[in-house]
Design a protein around this ligand. Structure first.
Ligand SMILES: Nc1ncnc2c1ncn2[C@@H]1O[C@H](COP(=O)(O)OP(=O)(O)OP(=O)(O)O)[C@@H](O)[C@H]1O
Length: 252
């Protein structure tokens, strides 16, 4: 099966310096996979995403995106200018106009039916995230990329949001690439987890990663038992390999 995105030997430098943010990272995501990138603050997760999307220059390595690949992207930060009025309906038509019925359908699909006339600034955090997801789904993506999509949501909001992502994947067959700090919930929702800290510390199934010494060194020894509670059962196998034994002195 051909990958949606494949990267080899990615090395990224901090903008304006020679410090390494990511070193020699290999990556691939296949159709319909849910892949989650976890790692401490500053470990290069957003940089990896931006490099995969072609938004960031590479110091070395290469990224191949499948020809014609449609990507729906929910970035980590969305600046809403509170001085400029902007309804949800208008936001969904930027930069490309979409018909009313398409907008209504996608908002229903993401659980925020009927908010078209609301100002973006009047939405709750959870509603705003769902509107962003709706916008990312508008053009029927093969791959949905979400960079910390549940920031600012409470625990029930986080769980509900990931359930929605799983539902979207089931309905549309889109692959999902996420960055997340919500380790407990993400573990349940992912086919494959990549643990990053300037390089790939370990990767594989959630079960594999949660018990890997490299993961536990980063996230604490107590994490394994808790994570096990949240894992889902796979009826299929994935490659699971803990790569490159090393220490965890930091990302750069
Ligand atoms: N535009 C930029 N200019 C300078 N340094 C940057 C820039 N973007 C990222 N960096 C640096 O690159 C490193 C990796 O940042 P990145 O945002 O990829 O990490 P992250 O794992 O997504 O972090 P977080 O979990 O805090 O979102 C950090 O040290 C950060 O300060």
């Amino acid at each position: 099966m051909s990958a949606l995105i494949e990267a080899q030997g990615l090395t990224i430098l901090r903008p304006g310096s020679h410090d390494t943010v990511l070193q020699d990272v290999d990556f691939r995501i296949d159709p319909q996979e849910i892949v989650t990138v976890v790692g401490p603050n500053g470990s290069g997760k957003s940089s990896l995403i931006r490099a995969l999307l072609g938004h960031m220059p590479l110091a070395a390595g290469r990224v191949t995106r499948r020809a014609g690949l449609r990507i729906g992207y929910v970035p980590q930060r969305v600046q809403v200018d509170t001085t400029i009025p902007m309804t949800v309906r208008r936001f969904l038509s930027l930069p490309r106009r979409v018909p009313d019925e398409v907008a209504a359908r996608v908002l229903t699909r993401t659980g925020v039916e009927g908010v078209e006339a609301r100002q973006l600034t009047q939405l709750s955090g959870g509603q705003f995230q769902r509107v962003l997801l709706a916008r990312a789904l508008l053009h029927d993506p093969h791959l949905l990329v979400l960079d910390e999509p549940t920031q600012g949501l409470d625990q029930p909001g986080i769980v509900a949001f990931y359930q929605l992502i799983a539902e979207v994947r089931r309905q549309s067959g889109a692959a999902v690439l996420m960055v997340s700090h919500d380790l407990l919930v993400v573990m349940r929702a992912s086919d494959r987890v990549i643990c990053l800290n300037g390089h790939i510390c370990c990767e594989g199934t959630p079960r594999h990663v949660s018990s890997a010494p490299e993961y536990r060194a980063l996230f604490g020894a107590g994490s394994e038992g808790t994570l096990a509670l949240y894992q889902h059962h796979h009826d299929h196998d994935h490659d699971a390999a803990c790569l490159h034994p090393h220490d965890h002195a930091g990302a750069s």
